[in-house]
Design a protein around this ligand. Structure first.
Ligand SMILES: Nc1nc2c(ncn2[C@@H]2O[C@H](COP(=O)(O)OP(=O)(O)O)[C@@H](O)[C@H]2O)c(=O)[nH]1
Ligand SMILES: [Mg+2]
Length: 204
């Protein structure tokens, strides 16, 4: 019997079906819009691990900027967005609460780069995410989620200063609810990753 037809199925190598998959982490403080960001751009129903917030969050989680927030991510968000015909981004949204920090390894391991979201009403909430991403030496972009507030007080340069961002790290504004806006951030990240790789090659 012809060996190619003797089994019920023949394996189709992954690249022929899924193209290239690239992992991207979405980080930032509690309530900054990470779950919203992943959901806005994902082409599959995002996997979410939201749990109702309980009394344990009182005094720990600052809800003043997002009073309607009633749930929080207890593991991570997962979504998928095609970048080109052959390249797919797998988005891993981090949990925001400090007590779920141990899940960060899962979110960051093997990621090509990260998006760090910042809310200018509580800039310091993203410091830990930035520290962690820089510690991993991951290329990243910072996206200011505007939350309907035209922030007249702070220019992107002010935010850059507050975050002590290295020159060359892209910083842009976004609306985490808007697919095109989120895609813009992801494209900026991929471009940044490619630019860094090109620089490294030029230095070598
Ligand atoms: N008005 C407005 N609300 C937003 C925006 N992004 C997120 N939210 C809301 O802010 C709350 C926190 O967002 P979420 O995505 O859960 O934040 P996470 O904790 O970082 O995952 C939710 O109630 C969202 O609906 C935004 O750009 N504008
Ligand atoms: Mg979340």
């Amino acid at each position: 019997m012809d060996s190619a037809t003797s089994y019920e199925a023949t394996r189709v190598p992954l690249p022929q079906t899924a193209g290239r998959g690239v992992k991207v982490a979405v980080a930032g403080g509690f309530g900054v819009g990470k779950t919203t960001f992943v959901g806005a751009v994902s082409e599959i129903t995002p996997l979410r691990t939201e749990a109702e917030m309980t009394a344990a969050s009182i005094g720990t989680d600052d809800l003043s900027a997002t009073p309607s927030k009633t749930t929080t991510t207890v593991a991570f968000d997962f979504g998928r967005a095609a970048l080109t015909e052959s390249t797919v981004l797998y988005l891993f949204g981090a949990p925001g609460q400090d007590r779920f920090k141990f899940l960060w390894d899962t979110v960051l391991n093997g990621a090509l780069g990260a998006v760090v979201l910042v809310d200018t009403r509580r800039v310091k909430d993203c410091f830990t995410s930035l520290d962690r991403v820089e510690d991993e030496q991951l290329p990243y972009v910072v996206a200011h989620n505007v939350f309907d507030h035209e922030d007249q007080e702070h220019s992107l340069d002010d935010i850059r200063d507050a975050l002590q961002m290295a020159p060359g790290v892209p910083m842009l504004r976004c609306d985490a609810r808007d697919r095109q806006s989120v895609r813009g951030v992801l494209i900026a990240l991929v471009q940044h990753v490619l630019d860094r790789a090109a620089l490294r090659e030029a230095d070598a």
